[in-house]
Design a protein around this ligand. Structure first.
Ligand SMILES: C[S@@+](CC[C@H](N)C(=O)[O-])C[C@H]1O[C@@H](n2cnc3c(N)ncnc32)[C@H](O)[C@@H]1O
Length: 291
């Protein structure tokens, strides 16, 4: 691959998926795309790039998908799901008794472990939610991971990562080497392909949004824009959950971190006051990180 080929791929990936590759990540591109080029019967990455330049949209989609990192596992980082069970749901459920409905979005859901962990948490919450309309919307850029998620079938290795054994026994059925989630839990999750770089306002408002371990791949300006658009997707008392290596601090003032629960963010009430006073939508603020 020439330097020009690499620059072409860098620019394309940034535009298509937000992936912000530094100039020294050629090895990463090679390790992910050489197998793809081989499968497509191409001699190497230069030919792959040439085909993309000639307008092969299918190949471009494959390249974008191959460059996404889909690493995930059940109850990833554990603490966010403890917060969901012990703090968020106990506050949210009494606040929604009239409506008897909850909407939760897993905004980069990968192969489904995150939205299904949320679904199992809600089932475990018990009769307080019985008869409620629960919507868990799972979206991802990659059609391939969404297909796996919809099937809800996982290997022994995958169910051993993060999933408590009682939940495995309670919610999965074993078929040979594989484990499939019960139809009941699968039915709680709706899947949709969605690129976070594009308009997502049509999804409606949510009580909780999990947007974890995806913004780390984006540059600062993309994060600012996404936080701004995410802030329009919440009910007033909604909660945003970010991954362990992600934060709004120093990037956006649309949210403020929970003072004592790591990874949890609420809409910034100061923003709401300012926008009401101005009678218009607030302008995103670029906040300088306090270090
Ligand atoms: C590392 S996984 C995170 C999965 C899950 N949220 C978790 O924390 O375990 C990142 C996911 O983000 C998706 N992704 C990457 N760029 C995206 C974009 N622009 N829009 C939507 N999803 C994207 C990838 O396809 C991948 O499945």
């Amino acid at each position: 691959m020439t330097l020009l080929d690499y620059e072409y791929l860098r620019k394309l990936l940034k535009e298509r998926s937000g992936l912000d590759l530094s100039p020294d990540k050629q090895y990463l591109v090679e390790s992910r795309l050489i197998p793809l080029a081989r499968r497509a019967g191409l001699s190497g990455l230069s030919e792959l790039v040439q085909k993309m330049k000639n307008g092969s949209e299918a190949l471009t989609t494959d390249v974008v998908e191959a460059m996404t990192t889909n690493e995930t596992f059940f109850f990833r980082d554990k603490i966010p799901f403890d917060h969901l069970r012990d703090t968020i749901l106990p506050q949210l459920v009494p606040a929604r008794t009239n409506r008897r409905a909850l909407r939760i979005w897993s905004a980069a859901s990968s192969t489904g472990q995150e939205p299904y962990s949320i679904a199992m948490c809600l089932r475990e919450f018990g009769p307080a939610l019985s008869g409620w309309r629960i919507e868990i919307v799972a979206t991802d850029l990659s059609q391939e991971v969404l297909e796996k998620s919809k099937a809800g079938i996982y290997s022994q290795f995958e169910v051993q990562r993060g999933l408590p054994i009682q939940m495995l026994v309670k919610y999965f059925k074993q078929t040979g080497e594989l484990w499939q989630l019960n139809a009941d839990i699968r039915g709680m999750v709706q899947h949709r392909q969605l690129n976070l770089l594009h308009d997502f306002s049509g999804l409606g408002k949510f009580d909780i949004i999990f947007c974890r371990n995806v913004l780390i791949y984006f540059d600062q300006d993309t994060k600012i824009r996404i936080f701004e658009r995410l802030s329009k997707m919440f009910e007033a008392d909604g909660t945003l959950m970010l991954g362990a290596a992600e934060t709004v601090v120093g990037i956006s003032d649309a949210f403020r971190p929970s003072p004592d629960k790591r990874g949890l963010y609420q809409l910034n009430p100061a923003r709401a006051v300012r926008s009401n006073a101005a009678g218009a939508s607030p302008q995103p603020l670029r906040v300088v990180a306090a270090r």
